[in-house]
Design a protein around this ligand. Structure first.
Ligand code: ADP
Ligand code: MG
Length: 690
């Protein structure tokens, strides 16, 4: 109240009019023109800090009884003046919004006026700068706010940056990030429980959305480590900040980055402010305060063990390992372990110890899992298939580790096939050369043949096949049928499965309930009975001998593929359209450009978020391609290198309003398999180039 005080003190002690107080005369200097005389003005509002006191006359007979209007900034009432004002700028933007805002644009822009220290640049004074900086600081933790996409302005994406020092983390692996995401999710679930109101929709009630991972440990764009800047300014009033002098600038810090979305409740700005500026920061503080270090250590130890077993698998003559005590079946409709399940126990013959873990080693070659109906055969195969990824502690399958190139193969009627050599399995077909086979609508057997040929061509060293999901005529043809039908184009899988291993190094694990033919070609036969596995190889071989059934030798096949992808129709732009199209459907379709790609037959896509990622990956490959003939494997390798370096969020684009914001990384084999199912693209044979 310096100005008011000086006015009062300079008055006559017997003043009756208090004129100077009512007038509030002042003179201010224009800082940009220091040589000009002060400019006179009048302003009877006097400030005590941020609080203003406006003095006006009550009426002419009461000049000694002024009316005082106290002006208190709204945010001061709610947040007080103490401390460093966490999230001060965000609060400022939000408080100045209309209650019924639908754009929340100030929050996304984060427009700030930066005032530089007087000697910021070479001893010169810099002009203040206006810039957009939608990163908001809550003490040393911060989050950025970005638009999810244009139809979800009330559902921003927030990325929290939490210095790893605060959490005591110094291992920056996928497993560590995965553990943090799950821990963070617990706090968010609690917030949602508090908010939940079943009579109101989320966009009226508000909701926090966080990635809900299954049992797999995957690289994600929702939890990762990165080096992030720290707050390099002090708050002034409103959106104005003072840049720190360079010697006080904090260095960037390694942070845990966690991404989530917040559905802001419609026309409830106060509630939105509470969610963003109070409840969520409180939850983050609790996450930090209650961080489970012991749990993290356990997760990291498990990850170490998993990677040691994987390394061992690569150099051994085994293709899969299932630890004793694993819980293989899943509880109905979930990804959680079945309660009271029979734990897995290796057969005595195949029990080995790897990295201190005892369990069953499945040797390379041809392995058959057989047994009666409902005995747990598919459950074992599915667990082996799941072993291409690591799983979290408590999943039940965390020590089921499988060759990570393994592919689950089934029949897939109706898929598109382009210029695939399926001649090892299909000798001829009306209307064509099966070493260069194309169709828009493959049959059960031709689709399964193409699936195997493509998988092997891309480097799969293990095929997982369940008889229930296979084409019978592809799988077997018994002696009597061979005798009856002489003109048969199909070479059944029984005749090739050993050759695949011998000549291509590709092992196969099959679940077989009904076709005894496989007993004769298998290197190993396991039997499931009441969810328990036994080794029945010797018995099976004995039976084959007594029936005089032996694997039949057929001439060796040509396994080569000579395909090249062309740029024609490899595009996210529908024909004749200037705007891209990408939609990913939960039902198992990727719609991109003019394509509707059916990926329901790809069993190794294990989370819905991998499907979204595959959509974005395909789009990335398409929009970045500049070649007319595409070396697609090289392009995929380059994309994965970029993901390794930068994380996978560069794939996301807010342009596509139906795609999810949260992404899980799939394997290279899956993006290749998606491309193999496209219908419009052009593929040519290498020899056509000559
Ligand atoms: P199959 O393929 O031999 O017909 P499944 O693998 O489909 O059999 O298993 C049949 C049922 O038994 C499934 O409901 C599965 O959840 C359950 N199951 C499988 N393994 C176990 C186990 N180890 N303990 C308890 N239940 C199991
Ligand atoms: Mg089954």
């Amino acid at each position: 109240m310096k100005r008011l005080k000086s006015k009062l003190l300079s008055m006559e002690t017997n003043t009756a009019t208090y004129t100077e107080m009512y007038e509030g005369a002042l003179a201010y200097l224009d800082p940009t023109r220091p040589n000009m005389p002060p400019i006179p003005d009048y302003n009877p509002i006097y400030y005590n800090g941020n609080v203003g006191f406006e003095i006006t006359g009550s009426h002419k007979l009461a000049q000694d009884k002024p009316t005082v209007t106290v002006i208190i900034p709204h945010e001061l009432l709610i947040w007080g003046t103490e401390g460093v004002m966490p999230l001060k700028r965000l609060k400022y933007y939000l408080h100045n919004m209309e209650n019924d805002t639908v754009t929340y644009s100030e929050m996304y822009d984060g427009k700030r006026e930066t005032v530089f220290p007087s000697t910021a640049w070479d001893g010169h004074c810099l002009e203040p700068e206006i810039e957009n900086d939608p990163i908001y600081y809550h003490e040393d933790v911060s989050f950025s706010i970005e638009l999810t996409h244009k139809l979800a302005k009330d559902k921003p994406t927030l990325t929290w940056n939490i210095p790893t020092e605060r959490l005591g983390i110094n291992t920056y692996t996928t497993a560590a990030a995965d553990f943090c995401l799950r821990e963070f999710k617990r706090q968010i679930d609690l917030l949602n429980d508090e908010l939940y109101n079943r009579s109101r929709p989320d966009n009226e009630n508000g909701k926090y959305y966080i990635h809900a991972p299954g049992g797999e440990v995957l690289k994600r764009n929702t939890a990762y480590f990165a080096i992030c800047p720290q707050r390099d300014y002090e708050y002034a009033s409103g959106s104005r900040v003072y840049m720190l002098p360079s010697d006080r600038m904090p260095p960037p810090t390694v942070c845990l980055c966690i991404r989530l979305q917040v559905q802001l409740p419609r026309r409830k700005l106060r509630r939105s402010i509470q969610m963003l500026c109070r409840d969520l920061p409180d939850a983050v503080d609790r996450f930090i305060g209650e961080f489970d270090h012991a749990g993290l250590c356990r997760a990291l130890e498990l990850a170490e063990k998993q990677s040691a077993i994987r390394r061992w698998l690569k150099s051994s003559d085994y293709c899969a390992f299932v630890a004793n005590g694993s819980i293989l079946p899943r509880s109905k409709g979930t990804d959680l372990p079945l309660e009271n399940a029979v734990p897995f126990k290796s057969t005595a013959e195949d029990e080995i110890e790897v990295c201190g873990v005892r369990g069953m080693g499945v040797k390379k070659g041809v392995t058959v899992i057989t047994g009666g109906g409902y005995s747990g055969k598919s459950t074992l195969l599915d667990a082996i298939a799941a072993g291409i990824y690591d799983h979290v502690y408590g999943d039940g399958r965390e020590l089921c580790i499988t060759d990570s190139t393994a592919v689950t193969v089934s029949a897939e009627d109706g898929r598109s096939v382009k210029h695939v050599n399926i001649s090892p399995f299909i000798k001829w077909l009306p209307g064509g050369d099966t070493s260069d086979f194309s169709t828009q609508h493959a049959s059960g057997s031709t689709s399964q043949a193409a699936n195997i040929m493509e998988a092997v061509d891309f480097g799969a060293k293990l095929l997982l096949i369940d008889e229930d999901r296979s084409a019978t005529n592809f799988m077997i043809r018994d002696k009597m049928m061979k005798e009856l039908i002489e003109k048969e184009p199909i070479t059944p899988f029984t005749d090739r499965v050993c050759e695949l291993h011998a000549s291509r190094g590709v092992s196969t694990i099959l679940v077989i309930g009904g076709s005894g033919e496989y007993l004769s070609v298998a290197d190993k036969v396991y039997m499931m009975e009441d969810y328990r596995v036994t080794d029945v190889t010797a018995k099976a071989k004995g039976i084959c001998a007594s029936y005089g059934v032996f694997g039949e030798a057929v001439p060796g096949a040509n396994w080569n593929q000579k395909r090249i992808l062309c740029s024609e129709h490899f595009s996210s732009y529908p024909h004749g359209s200037g705007s891209e199209k990408l939609t990913v459907s939960d039902l198992g379709f990727i719609l991109i450009g003019d394509e509707v790609i059916d990926v329901r037959g790809l069993h190794d896509i294990v989370t819905p978020r991998q499907l979204d990622t595959l959509g974005f990956m395909l789009r990335y490959l398409e929009v970045t391609n500049k070649e007319s003939l595409i070396d697609i494997e090289k392009k995929i390798d380059e994309m994965y290198l970029k993901i390794e370096k930068e994380g996978l969020d560069f794939l996301y684009s807010a342009f596509f309003t139906t795609c999810e914001r949260f992404l899980d990384l799939p394997r290279k084999a899956e993006i290749m398999a998606v491309i193999n199912r496209m219908r419009m693209i052009k593929i040519i044979r290498k020899e056509e180039l000559a």
